[in-house]
Design a binder for this molecule. Structure first.
Ligand code: AMP
Length: 397
């Protein structure tokens, strides 16, 4: 796996695909600069070598139309602030103007291009558009994990114009390394904790990781499809009735592969889908009509925490309950605590994909786990065992 550390950028121009698709407020000020901060180590390394940097990214969904709202000009000040250099901006990403701006760069200078998605060719993976972009640098660096699952012009197609001068940025390398540690080289026992609302959206992940993990912990709304499939009474809990056979099939496959599956023994149930609903804790297989399971119960928290504390490699995807409502966030918090403790004891823990990442950030667990992925869809597709186009384009000749 070639990274920027395998190149000396002295006198060279790096063309870096970053993911600066940052959230903004109504005045278009950047409200969360995590994605910019995440790309800083790669940019710093190139500048330190004596190279110059051309940054390309998309922002929002302009769908091939030029629009002020989605212009990267509103982001350039934040990039300058994070990098500590005055970043230049050009209001095009291909053509004469962009080529002139790139050509004028001196060692140590950084240029941000206008939104790639102002051109519909970007998302179509247009070869000619990719060729035009390729004129803007000597070495192509992909550091945009968040879009690595897309076969777009700037994330994958462009790599063919840099047969021996292409590599991963340091963020990409960290993400790929974290996935590798869980799916390939993880120290045993390996435990995956999968939560969230539906079995159907996690099925491919479950099938893929059954070959890798020793323990599979199921939580969240998915629980009730499994419990009903096994003959339990789940009251009004969320359930995918057309996935009952699938749930049984997963349990059978897990058994064949000697994977121990943990399904919540007890649930915190409510008499309505509301933070103020009446609650009680009951066995998950005995939920009365009119009640629904919205979080794991205390006995389950203890069982899950014990498994997590004995694990050496941990993957967490999806909340254990309806964590958006404070009264049903307890299970998710307790599991976050257990993962934090296991990590302190030397386990490797990866939090990836969607709501669990949001939870970890909101509740300050980021420093308590080994790695929090920056890419939602890209992380989920990796866990499904798919090769990401943005990764393949760098790895393949
Ligand atoms: P997902 O996007 O599939 O990862 O699901 C995340 C969502 O699952 C969150 O919005 C949670 O509120 C929801 N969720 C977790 N547990 C439950 C549950 N017991 N019942 C209904 N929704 C749940």
């Amino acid at each position: 796996m070639k990274t920027v550390n395998d190149f000396n950028f002295n006198g060279k121009k790096a063309l870096i695909r970053v993911d600066f698709n940052v959230p903004q407020d109504e005045n278009l000020n950047v409200t969360d600069n995590t994605r910019i901060v995440s790309a800083k180590p790669t940019i710093d390394k190139i500048v330190k070598d004596g190279g110059s940097v051309v940054l390309m990214t998309h922002l929002g969904r302009p769908k091939g139309q030029v629009s002020d709202k989605f212009s990267l000009k509103h982001v350039v000040d934040e990039v300058s602030k994070v990098l500590g250099v005055s970043v230049k901006f050009v209001d095009e990403c291909v053509g004469e103007k962009a080529e002139a701006a790139s050509g004028d760069l001196k060692p140590g200078e950084v240029l941000l291009l206008e939104n790639l998605r102002f051109h519909s060719e970007e998302e179509k993976g247009d070869v000619e558009f990719a060729r035009q972009l390729s004129k803007l640098g000597d070495i192509y660096v992909n550091d945009a994990f968040g879009t690595a699952h897309r076969a777009h012009a700037s994330t994958a197609v462009i790599a063919q114009y840099f047969p021996s001068n292409k590599c991963f940025g340091l963020l990409m390398a960290k993400e790929l390394d974290a996935i590798q540690k869980v799916l390939k080289t993880g120290e045993k026992p390996v435990t995956a904790i999968l939560g969230g609302s539906k079995v159907s959206s996690k099925i491919t992940i479950i099938e893929n990781i059954l070959s890798v993990v020793d323990n599979l912990i199921i939580g969240g709304g998915m629980t009730y499809t499994f419990v009903k499939a096994k003959g339990g009474k789940i009251g009004n809990s969320i359930c995918e009735n057309d996935k009952l056979d699938l749930a049984l099939d997963i349990l059978k496959k897990a058994d064949e592969k000697n994977v121990k599956v943990y399904i919540p023994e007890d649930s915190l149930i409510a008499d309505g889908f509301s933070n103020d609903a009446k609650t009680q804790i009951v066995k998950t297989k005995d939920i009365p009509d009119g009640w629904e399971g919205l979080d794991v119960g205390t006995e389950t928290i203890k069982i899950f925490s014990d498994v997590i504390l004995q694990s050496k490699t941990i993957l967490w995807n999806g909340p254990l309950g309806v964590f958006e409502m404070p009264n049903f966030a307890g299970g998710t918090k307790a599991i976050g605590d257990a993962i934090g403790d296991a990590t302190k004891n030397g386990a490797f823990s990866l939090v990836g994909g969607g709501d669990s990442v949001a939870f970890v950030k909101q509740n300050n667990y980021t420093d308590k786990v080994s790695y929090v992925s920056t890419g939602g869809g890209a992380m989920l597709e990796s866990l499904e065992g798919r090769e990401l186009p943005g990764v393949a384009a760098i790895l393949n000749d």
